[in-house]
Design a protein around this ligand. Structure first.
Ligand code: PEP
Length: 255
């Protein structure tokens, strides 16, 4: 699509210890090799404590699978007990980092200002932020999902120049579709993702054609094809199904 490389990212959330992470990554690498995938970028996003293990495993196979983290600190370093910096993630060979996932917005009260600071911290460390946006059910029911989501996009990208906006991946994840088995219809997803691309065109011109925008929310091997047929959807951020190597491999093959 306009030269944008499809991206399939598996968000493992808080699942599995480092041994289980090795096993899952190994199974995935094996299945993907068998399928001889081309023209899709595959990313896994394990918990922090498993990054080192996944790094060791993926090292020889970097072209096949990339990896990243599920969050990062907006700060560079210092007295922030329990936090993880972008520099630490970069040193571990991470390529990506999720920013502003709805679970962090909900359980850790992350607002657009903090999310914006995290996007900038990621870029400063040459990590590609996967900026998550999307509305909850009451907002969808009120018909406000497009303006609500665009405001999150504006907030997350605030102050960025076009050449930085180009490096960001945006993931539209309607909260009511995450982990619920309810998938937005491909047309619902396209409506919002198309609106995001139009907004980027207004604010950053041609850059909008180069930004990858993913859909997330109960994506599986059995429903990915319809989603990927939509003109503005460049891939998926996958939670539950990414813990199953076979199904995630199917997703990477686009169903
Ligand atoms: C997610 O958490 O990013 C997600 C899309 O989860 P699931 O695929 O389980 O709905």
């Amino acid at each position: 699509k306009n030269g944008r490389l499809p991206l399939m990212a598996g968000n493992w959330k808080m699942n599995g210890n480092h041994l289980e992470a090795i096993s899952l990554a190994q199974k995935l690498a094996f299945t993907l090799t068998e399928q001889q995938l081309t023209d899709v970028e595959v990313v896994v996003l394990p918990p922090f404590v498993s990054l080192r293990s996944v790094q060791t495993l993926v090292d020889g196979d970097k072209l096949l699978i990339r990896y990243g983290a599920q969050d990062l600190s907006p700060h560079e370093k210092g007295a922030y007990t329990g936090d993880i910096s972008g520099a630490m993630l970069a040193k571990l060979g991470c390529s990506y980092v999720v920013v502003g996932h709805s679970e962090r917005r909900q359980y850790h009260n992350e607002d657009d200002k903090l999310v914006n600071a995290k996007v900038k911290a990621a870029l400063a460390n040459d990590l590609t932020p996967i900026l998550c946006v999307g509305e909850g059910l009451p907002i969808r029911e009120a018909g406000e999902h497009v303006p609500y989501t665009l405001a999150q996009v504006d907030g997350g990208l605030d102050g960025l120049k076009s050449d930085d906006v180009e490096k960001v991946v945006i993931a539209y994840e309607p909260v009511w579709a995450i982990g619920t088995g309810l998938t937005a219809t491909p047309e619902n997803a396209q409506e919002v993702i198309g609106a995001i691309r139009n907004r980027l065109a207004e604010s950053h011109g041609n850059t909008a054609d180069r930004v990858r925008i993913l859909y997330g929310g109960s994506v599986k091997g059995s429903n990915v094809a319809g989603i990927m047929e939509q003109p503005d959807i460049d891939g998926a951020l996958v939670g539950g199904a990414s813990l199953d190597a076979q199904d995630f491999a199917l997703i990477c093959r686009l169903g």
